[in-house]
Design a protein around this ligand. Structure first.
Ligand code: CIR
Length: 254
């Protein structure tokens, strides 16, 4: 059984952080409707949805993935690299304390959950503008005792490591080789996105099932050809806020 922690789209989403995208007008009502479809898709994939308290003043608060890393053994609440996002973590910490022992990244460390890719007991952290070495060192100290190794990985051209690589099955990754140093993943089975769809490497995995955005049909076909069951949703308004699919939930195995 899986729980997916989510949070409502803030009416202030239009004032979100942007790093690689040019600001365009966001239809917040449509974003909320797409977010509801995303939650419905997660329910179909076997998740029970738990809504975190709304934070209407926090533009990026729908992107809950960045606020924590949840492993089977423990949770780590992050200190997001964007100062504007640091008020998002308090409610996450309180919610996760009900399901896991919680550690917290503290200053000067920064870490965004979107930079963290877990493949078995190997944890990869993107060296993005959001996560720093102090954050990685703290994370390493929290997880070493439960058998995880932590590695830093170069990323370039995208916001987070999870924009460039996600784990789609045990020991298998979907990658955009233009945005990540693929040699970091040479021990794993790596499937590449279709080059015409640079944002397509971000896939939500719930057990054996995958959730992808419907903006990437070519990569979707590659996944299907490899035998993956893939459900897709439209999150085009959230994408204007530089949000990927994984960033709208924190998945917890119960
Ligand atoms: C930000 O820049 O922080 C938000 N506008 C988007 C965060 C997306 N997070 C993610 O994909 N993990």
């Amino acid at each position: 059984m899986w729980t997916a922690f989510t949070r409502a789209v803030s009416p202030a989403l239009g004032r979100c952080e942007l790093t690689h995208l040019v600001r365009t007008s966001i239809d917040v009502e449509l974003a909320a409707a797409q977010h509801a479809c995303y939650e419905a898709a997660l329910t179909e994939l076997g998740c029970q949805i738990e809504r975190l308290p709304e934070l209407p003043e926090q533009p990026d608060s729908v992107f809950v993935e960045d606020t924590a890393l949840v492993l089977d053994e423990l949770a780590v609440v992050t200190r997001p690299g964007a100062p504007s996002r640091r008020l998002e973590t308090t409610t996450v910490s309180a919610a996760l304390a009900c399901v896991r022992a919680v550690s917290e990244i503290t200053a000067p460390g920064t870490l965004d959950g979107g930079d963290v890719v877990v493949v078995g007991h190997q944890i990869f952290v993107g060296k993005s503008g959001r996560s720093n070495e102090a954050g990685v060192t703290q994370l390493r100290s929290f997880v070493a005792g439960v058998g995880y190794e932590v590695h830093s990985v170069d990323v370039d051209g995208c916001l987070h490591l999870k924009s460039a690589a996600t784990c789609i099955a045990p020991g298998t990754l979907l990658l955009n080789p233009d945005w990540v140093d693929v040699s970091a993943f040479e021990d794993f089975d790596c499937l590449e996105i279709d080059p015409a769809e640079p944002f397509a490497a971000n896939v939500v995995r719930v057990g054996e099932r995958l959730l992808h955005t419907d903006a990437f049909p070519r990569t979707h076909t590659r996944l299907k050809e490899r035998g993956f069951a893939v459900r897709s949703v439209d999150v085009s308004e959230l994408a204007k806020a530089e949000g990927a699919l994984t960033c709208c939930s924190l998945l917890v195995r119960q």
